[in-house]
Design a protein around this ligand. Structure first.
Ligand SMILES: Nc1ncnc2c1ncn2[C@@H]1O[C@H](COP(=O)(O)OP(=O)(O)O)[C@@H](O)[C@H]1O
Ligand SMILES: [Mg+2]
Length: 391
């Protein structure tokens, strides 16, 4: 996938003593050392990462680790002291006033935690604010804004004032306003941190849904590892102004680069990240629809299982045959088609363990994993779930 942003060796220092601090950074000193010696704060230290078009890229770290500093450098709210930030190949640090204004109006929009909404204005007027600034006429901005309000699920609230809305609804307005501009990149600095956990979960879901519809690139900041791993296609972990590891949630969980990352991700609830595709095993015991009870029983015996899946010519899942029924077919008490159980639990590869576990707990048989063509591509057993959680 093509990179929409390339952040290269960005350093941002606050306060006086920038040159001295830069020198000390080059000499390998860290943020804490420099603060002690100079009283100068290093916000970001030699930060590099790429953001791919259409992905959700998450920056995570403890408070003060430099997340806001970096996201503010992305739209030049802060000017880096060193490094480059390429937007579609052009260095944003070199934009002149006009280019920068165009960049902020057309390409990159920020959603803040505290919304920045105008509380005595109504929803539509808040959403259309950026369009108004752009000089777009009233009819067009109203229709665009209504579309965005609907997209974030606020139909019917167009004329309500911001002060009459709940926190979650205000946040939806903030997102609608950012989207109304139709930017290429949405910057979100801890947008959900002030929301209570249930509203927050709704908003995470809503954001994923919206992102699927509008296909925007999102740079998202959080200090919540569960939120980071739920939303992020890729996640960068920050500490003391530096990025210490970047990768997919799975990469990071599998190969934490050091003990800090290991501890940081330890209390993650793995059931929220691992999906059927991560825990499924190859289905070894299956028979073709034309096979008889003897083939079925032989398959069960050699695999040490008490049921087999029945599949069609192209591995399409037809059902399941248990040992008990296979014996009945063999004794002529049932026909093969009567014996095949059609009501079996199935799932798709992307379903998380969190959602699969209740099914697995109830199910008498393993869960069959099928693709969009209904082909059997794996099975999830209670044992495979447990072993992946233990690892
Ligand atoms: N405008 C500023 N002036 C001085 N120091 C700042 C400023 N913004 C951030 N900092 C400092 O830079 C470091 C990183 O802060 P920040 O990027 O806000 O962290 P985070 O968003 O991860 O909590 C902190 O030590 C913070 O005190
Ligand atoms: Mg911050």
């Amino acid at each position: 996938m093509e990179n929409i942003l390339e952040v290269k060796n960005v350093t941002k220092i606050f306060g006086s003593g920038v040159d001295a601090a830069m020198k000390m950074l080059k000499a390998g000193k860290d943020k804490n050392h420099i603060f002690k010696k100079l009283g100068t704060t290093v916000g970001a230290d030699n930060v590099s990462f790429d953001v791919k078009k259409g992905e959700i890229f998450v920056l995570i770290g403890l408070s003060g680790s430099g997340k806001s500093t970096i996201i503010r450098c992305l739209n030049m709210l802060y000017r880096p002291n060193a490094g480059q930030i390429f937007f579609n190949g052009k260095d944003a640090c070199k934009f002149d006033k006009n280019e920068l204004r165009g960049f902020r109006r057309n390409n990159i929009s920020m959603v803040f935690q505290h919304f920045g909404l105008i509380s005595n204005r109504n929803v539509i007027d808040n959403v259309s604010f950026g369009l108004e600034v752009k000089g777009i006429d009233k009819i067009e901005r109203e229709s665009k804004s209504r579309e965005m309000v609907s997209l974030v699920g606020l139909d019917g609230w167009e004329d309500h004032t911001i002060s009459s809305l709940s926190g979650g609804m205000r946040q939806r307005v903030g997102i609608a306003r950012a989207l109304a501009n139709d930017p290429d990149i949405l910057l979100m600095d801890e947008p959900f941190s002030a929301l209570d956990p249930i509203v927050r979960r709704d908003m995470q879901f809503e954001l994923l849904k919206i992102q699927k519809m509008v296909q925007k690139t999102i740079v998202f900041i959080t200090h919540d590892i569960n939120e980071a791993f739920k939303l992020g296609d890729r996640v960068a972990i920050m500490k003391d102004g530096k990025i210490i590891q970047t990768g997919t949630p799975e990469d990071i969980l599998e190969n934490p680069i050091d003990s800090y990352v290991e501890d940081f991700v330890k209390d993650i609830d793995k059931t929220k990240i691992l999906c059927a595709k991560h825990v499924m095993v190859v289905p070894t015991a299956f028979i073709k629809s034309g096979d008889g009870p003897h083939v079925a029983m032989k398959g069960m015996k050699s695999n040490g299982v008490s049921s087999v899946y029945v599949v069609g010519e192209n591995m399409q899942l037809i059902g399941l045959l248990t040992l008990e029924s296979a014996i009945k077919v063999k004794n002529g008490e049932l026909s093969m088609s009567e014996a095949i159980i059609k009501e079996i639990p199935i799932t798709d590869v992307e379903v998380t363990l969190q959602d699969l576990m209740p099914v697995a707990a109830e199910a008498k048989y393993p869960i069959a994993v099928t693709n969009s063509k209904n082909q059997l591509i794996g099975i999830v057993t209670k044992a495979s779930v447990l072993s992946s959680l233990a690892g």
